[in-house]
Write a protein that binds this ligand. Structure first.
Ligand SMILES: [Fe+2]
Ligand SMILES: [Fe+2]
Length: 259
């Protein structure tokens, strides 16, 4: 796709192979803040737009060997499977690992580095939010999206979901993504951009490296949902579902996703 100043960050992230890595490197939020144009994002970050454009073009050329998949053109079933297999499984594994690393590093370095306790508290909050969030996607939202896609492919209508219309849980998931994004920003601030102190032990350095990698993966994960999966699912429902889906009753969070 053409990389121009008025392209949104979200479209570039979805359409230019390797773009998400470029945005990570430049510190540009492409998942929850993806609605901004490239020009606006560069202005906010005080970055020359030419640098971004050049890096995006280079990333696009480098990926033309076909490494990445263009999820805008794959089935929603394949996309949800990819999100679960890659990002949900990876997040669960890393959340456990990070918790153990915090448990090892805090007692050793917390006295000199009290910010570690703040970071651990913020991390716990993120973990507590993400585990049920992913479960709701896996048990309720993704299976519905898959059923809807199958039905649309066969020219029939899927029975109306108990949550009314797909945009209801999508809206809730996006609010939860925003909250996760806020916690990641807090973590980055507390840890000074995941910079360990020069005298930090190997575990300390490993913890911060793992947190930085976790952040990058969660950005990619949220981008795929916010900017690719969810808009495609909402559009599919709007074009294939009868009117009564759209006029379905108010979404009841507890009925839908209660624990
Ligand atoms: Fe997810
Ligand atoms: Fe999500």
């Amino acid at each position: 796709m053409n990389i121009i100043a008025t392209s949104t960050v979200r479209d570039l992230a979805a359409g230019v192979p390797g773009a998400t890595r470029v945005f990570e490197n430049f510190g540009i939020d492409y998942c929850c803040g993806g609605h901004r144009t490239l020009a606006a994002a560069c202005r906010e970050a005080s970055l020359p737009i030419e640098d971004l454009t050049r890096s995006l073009e280079e990333a696009g050329r480098a990926s033309q060997s076909g490494a990445g998949r263009d999820w805008r053109h794959e089935s929603l079933k394949a996309l949800t499977e990819h999100i679960i297999d890659t990002h949900h499984c990876g997040a669960r594994r890393e959340l456990d690992r990070l918790e153990k690393l915090f448990d090892r590093v805090c007692p050793r370095h917390g006295e000199n580095r009290p910010e570690l306790f703040d970071a651990r508290k913020t991390f716990y909050q993120l973990k507590q939010d993400l585990i049920p969030h992913m479960l709701k996607e896996e048990q309720v939202l993704f299976p519905y999206i898959t059923r809807m896609e199958e039905a649309a492919g066969e020219g029939r209508q899927v029975p109306p979901p108990f949550f009314g219309a797909v945009q209801n849980p999508v809206r809730m998931m996006m609010l939860e993504h925003d909250a996760a994004g806020d916690l990641l920003r807090q973590l980055r601030g507390i840890t000074n951009g995941y910079t360990p102190p020069p005298d930090g032990c190997v575990s300390f350095q490993t913890l911060y490296q793992a947190l930085a990698a976790f952040e990058a993966d969660l950005h990619q994960h949220i981008h795929l949902e916010n900017n690719v999966l969810f808009p495609r699912a909402v559009e599919m429902e709007e074009t294939s579902a009868p009117d009564f889906y759209k006029s379905a009753g108010e979404f009841n969070e507890h009925r839908c996703f209660g624990h």
